[in-house]
Write a protein that binds this ligand. Structure first.
Ligand code: ATP
Ligand code: MG
Length: 511
């Protein structure tokens, strides 16, 4: 029996002049969890997409179980026992969970119809076995990203893949869901499956991986036994310099109230009350964090702040102006920048280029449009290019690249760059560093503090307690749509905030 499940030999892949994979030689042992680490745009999704048959290498060879193979498409990959959970979901929104999982592999009845009953019971069996809770009859469009991710994982398990690639599976999961996934990965390994695990979270790699390989700008820079390296060493290997995990900041200079929420209630897509009687003030010069478990009204609060959804009750004041009935554009004009939690559906247009995405909310006004309505394309691309360089957004053709050609983390940087420019008074950031590498996180965190130091009010909504503790001046905890406590971040500990989140949770559930 061959020792390696997969061997990449001298794989090179170019996109135009950009070399996404540069003579990558990489071996994955059978039955191990092998982490692939690397900065945004390092080429991780590219090399694994080549393995899954979504992309073709320009040169090089792939061996599966010691045999040289040609993988032209995902069907070839499936036939070789390779499954992949993608960084950007590939689910059909109008189909149900069950329909998505069985797509292309539908069990049939004796009459040739799809045997949904058999499909559902097999899905329930797998989901039970691996602790992946899904509603088999829900439509993808109506479920949250966490459940969509579980559907993607179930899809590979349904196909009984022996080698499973997880491309940043945890970027969209809550801390609780991440803990569960770590267990799932270890269970898969115990059954002898081989896992390629892509993640920017060093902690996760320490928890579940045996081996780690680092890619930098398309090249392998090293491979190591996970137990031999510290998180700091991994970070340094990845970005090429030491990384500061704690953002330096002085005491805040607090100004006037910029955002004031007065007893707002907001309905969810499903029609239930998701934000309940919530009141909150954010001052100029401070970062106020909202900590909480996913699904406690954070998404609806963000939609209400952006102007996409109108609260059913209460008032929103921006600089003491009642903006409750203002739409998105009017709020942008008042200096509100907001990075939504789901950038793919709420923040970018993927076939537009980077410059077009950069001015998505401001193209209609001076200096990007003339009074006659003509676009000043030069100004748009010049400004976009400057900001893209500031944020170190990596793409093959600068502002001319389309969003769809960018790596996940680089897409996020485009959105953050845009919203920070718009936010002259208030910056609302929801999960701003989701999917970013440690170097980019360090950069974005510094930018958030710079915004606060420049006298803007910053509201940070994040499921990452470390991020909240690192950046905030005050921490509010949200539970069941209400703020259940606000504390000064100076004296806050991880345990304390964690307890507030869970304690209030139980109280509310009981009450
Ligand atoms: N279809 C494409 N056309 C042009 N360039 C592309 C395309 N796909 C990827 N690239 C470029 O190739 C490089 C590697 O991208 P890839 O998606 O593999 O990065 P990654 O390591 O997965 O990053 P992230 O952590 O941000 O997901 C990036 O610079 C990206 O812009
Ligand atoms: Mg990627």
């Amino acid at each position: 029996m061959d020792e390696y499940a997969i061997e990449f030999k001298e794989i090179t892949k170019r996109f135009g002049t950009l070399v996404a994979n540069d003579h990558v030689s990489w071996r994955i042992k059978k039955g191990e969890v092998h982490a692939l680490l690397g900065e945004n745009g390092a080429g991780k999704s590219t090399i694994t997409s080549i393995l899954f048959g979504l992309l073709q290498a320009d040169s090089g060879e792939i061996l599966v179980d010691g045999k040289s193979v040609l993988i032209h498409n995902p069907n070839d990959a499936n036939a070789l026992g390779i499954g992949m959970v993608h960084q950007h979901f590939k689910l059909v929104p109008s189909y149900t969970v069950t329909e998505n999982i069985i797509l292309g592999l539908e069990p049939k009845t004796a009459w040739g119809h799809i045997n949904y009953q058999r499909a559902r019971s097999k899905i329930q069996e797998i989901s039970h076995q691996f602790g992946l809770a899904v509603d088999p009859d829900a439509r993808i469009a109506n479920i949250n990203v966490g459940m969509q991710q579980r559907v993607e994982i179930l899809k590979t398990l349904y196909r009984d893949a022996r080698i499973i690639v997880l491309d940043e599976p945890t970027a969209v999961l809550t801390p609780q869901e991440i803990d569960d996934l770590m267990q799932i990965i270890l269970r898969l390994k115990a059954q002898g499956r081989t896992i390629i695990f892509i993640s920017h979270k060093l902690k996760e790699i320490k928890t579940c991986a045996d081996q780690v390989t680092v890619l930098r700008r398309g090249k392998i820079v090293g491979s190591a036994d996970v137990s031999d390296c510290t998180e700091a060493q991994l970070a340094e290997m990845m970005v090429g310099h030491a990384v500061e995990f704690v953002t330096q900041k002085d005491a805040p200079t607090i100004g006037n109230v910029v955002l004031r929420l007065e007893n707002i209630s907001v309905k969810s897509m499903r029609g239930s009350i998701a934000v309940k009687d919530l009141s909150l003030s954010v001052h100029a010069g401070e970062v106020l964090g909202i900590a909480g478990v996913d699904g406690n009204g954070q998404s609806e609060l963000a939609l209400a702040l952006s102007g996409v959804v109108k609260p059913v009750k209460g008032k929103i004041y921006l600089d003491e102006v009642d903006v409750t009935s203002f739409g998105v554009r009017k709020r942008v004009e008042m200096g509100l920048g907001l990075t939504p939690e789901d950038r793919e559906t709420q923040a970018v247009i993927s076939n537009f280029n980077l410059a077009e995405n950069y001015v998505l909310k401001t193209f209609y006004r001076n200096p990007y449009s003339s009074v006659l309505g003509f676009l000043n394309k030069k100004k748009i691309s010049d400004d976009a290019q400057v900001q893209l360089e500031n944020f170190d957004v990596r793409s093959a053709n600068g502002w001319r690249s389309s969003i769809s050609e960018l790596s996940g983390g680089n897409r996020q940087k485009v959105v953050v760059a845009r919203e920070m420019t718009i936010a002259s008074k208030l910056l609302v950031v929801c999960q701003p560093t989701r999917g970013l590498d440690v170097g980019s996180i360090e950069y974005i965190h510094r930018q958030i503090i710079a915004q606060r130091n420049a006298g803007k009010a910053v509201l940070l909504i994040s499921f990452e307690l470390d991020e909240i503790l690192n950046l905030c001046d005050r921490i509010a905890t949200i539970s069941h749509g209400s703020i259940v406590g606000i504390i000064d971040a100076k004296d806050a500990t991880r345990q304390q905030v964690g307890q507030m989140m869970t304690a209030s949770h139980k109280e509310t559930v009981v009450g």
